[in-house]
Design a protein around this ligand. Structure first.
Ligand code: NDP
Ligand code: 2IT
Length: 387
């Protein structure tokens, strides 16, 4: 792709098509300098079982690039997206592989990629999800992952006779998933007090101001440090001041935690601190945010722990609802899609917890989600002739 100074730039792109037993390959695209084959493979592998858990007809895949969107102009983002799609278009299609967004890929990037696909193929079809609602997108897709992670937490808590009402919650990240987790937490009467980005974290004991958060991250696309200009009572801690390099978000006492930034962002030490401070619920908006050691601690403590493949499946589930609307040339209203999302999250919880019971460890949703997700894919592959 050509940058604004006329220089040729080269980045590496990936699409890992992992399993299509249940439907077309489906999963997001991540644009971040850390992207490599290993990261895309772990995300694609998780995606197979997450997509199976949704109960919908979608296989698993993932893709992306080591392209860094930070500091790039709109025109540079557009030219990169066009170059990326110029290679990707021959591998994807509404019945073969349907990419969407992930870290660094939102509505703007999906728009540029959709336009290039259409230019190259001449076809107007549901080849990507997360499209603008003006031209084929679905209502609720933007909100779906964050809303879904909160719905999942509500299901876990209801089974324990608890609710999120009036409870202090912590959220990491400040992108698509984090913003709509914060929004839904307010809607259910909870108080989210933290958000973070790659430069630092905000602790606002009065509750994160959602309008300021959206203005900084969705409109200005800048750093969270600007939050304290509007809300001087809040606290900003830059990464350089994090103790032992640990995200300060997890040292804030909370009832429920929503890791919503990236993989391995919550360590064993963080898990110990959360448990010590009385946290009884962790619902993962991000993919594999808790390290394996942290997961073991949550399971041993028997708190309500929702692994990402179950708790954040609302995003891809709503992507499938977008595919459905595209295929049927329909357009469903907000309440219809939100109602379906809520129902899907409830079913994922029920399926995971019943499978956990079946295998003798009733509170272990890691076990339940892994086995329930795997079993359906494995059965389908065997029934299709071990294909
Ligand atoms: P965004 O790009 O919208 O936001 C990512 C957020 O996490 C930003 O605040 C970013 O900070 C922060 N972040 C990313 N990488 C790092 C890092 N290495 N260290 C510290 N902070 C980091 O992405 P999403 O909100 O879409 O995705 C967040 C997580 O949710 C990912 O794990 C993704 O795979 C998962 N997910 C996303 C879904 C979706 O529908 N979008 C669906 C299911 C899961 P900064 O801006 O400073 O980089
Ligand atoms: O990790 C994920 O589930 C996503 N990034 C969303 C994938 C999708 O196809 O909507």
């Amino acid at each position: 792709w050509i940058d604004d100074h006329g220089n040729i730039q080269v980045n590496k792109g990936y699409r890992i098509e992992f399993n299509s037993a249940l439907g077309p390959y489906k999963g997001g695209l991540r644009f971040h300098p850390s992207v490599n084959a290993g990261i895309i493979k772990f995300l694609g592998f998780e995606q197979i079982f997450k997509n199976s858990l949704t109960g919908l007809s979608i296989g698993g895949g993932k893709g992306g690039s080591d392209f860094d969107p930070k500091g790039k102009s709109d025109a540079e983002i557009m030219r990169f997206c066009q170059s990326f799609m110029t290679e990707l278009y021959r591998h994807i299609g509404p019945n073969t592989d349907v990419p969407a967004g992930d870290i660094g890929v939102g509505g703007r990037e999906i728009g540029y990629m959709f336009g290039q696909y259409k230019r190259l193929t001449g076809r107007y079809e549901g080849v990507l999800t997360g499209k603008n609602i003006k031209w084929g997108g679905s209502l609720v897709r933007t909100e779906a992952t964050g809303y879904g992670a909160v719905y999942f937490a509500q299901n876990m808590l209801e089974a324990r006779g608890e609710t999120l009402e009036d409870k202090v919650c912590t959220v990491s990240g400040s992108g698509n998933v984090a913003i709509y987790t914060v929004e839904k937490l307010y809607q259910v009467g909870a108080k989210p007090v933290t958000v973070s980005d790659s430069k630092g974290m905000i602790y606002d004991k009065h509750g994160i101001n959602l309008a300021t958060l959206k203005e900084i991250k969705e409109v200005q696309k800048t750093s969270l440090e600007h939050y304290i200009k509007e809300h001087p009572g809040a606290q900003y801690t830059p990464v350089s001041e994090y103790k032992e390099g640990r995200n300060e978000v997890w040292s804030v006492p909370c009832f429920a935690a929503f890791p919503s930034a990236t993989q391995n962002e919550l360590s064993a030490e963080d898990a110990r601190e959360l448990l010590k401070n009385g946290c009884i619920c962790v619902s993962e908006g991000a993919n594999m945010p808790s390290t394996p050691e942290a997961v073991d601690l949550f399971l041993a403590a028997k708190i309500a722990y929702g692994p990402g493949k179950a708790a954040n499946a609302g995003g891809v589930a709503t992507s499938q609802l977008e595919m459905s609307q595209n295929a049927g040339m329909e357009y469903w209203d907000f309440a219809t899609v939100d109602g379906k999302l809520k129902n899907i999250m409830k079913n994922i919880y029920t399926n995971s917890s019943e499978t956990a019971k079946e295998f003798g460890d009733p509170t272990n949703l890691v076990l339940g989600a892994n086995i329930a997700g795997f079993r359906k894919v494995a059965d389908a592959m065997i029934e299709q002739g071990a294909v």
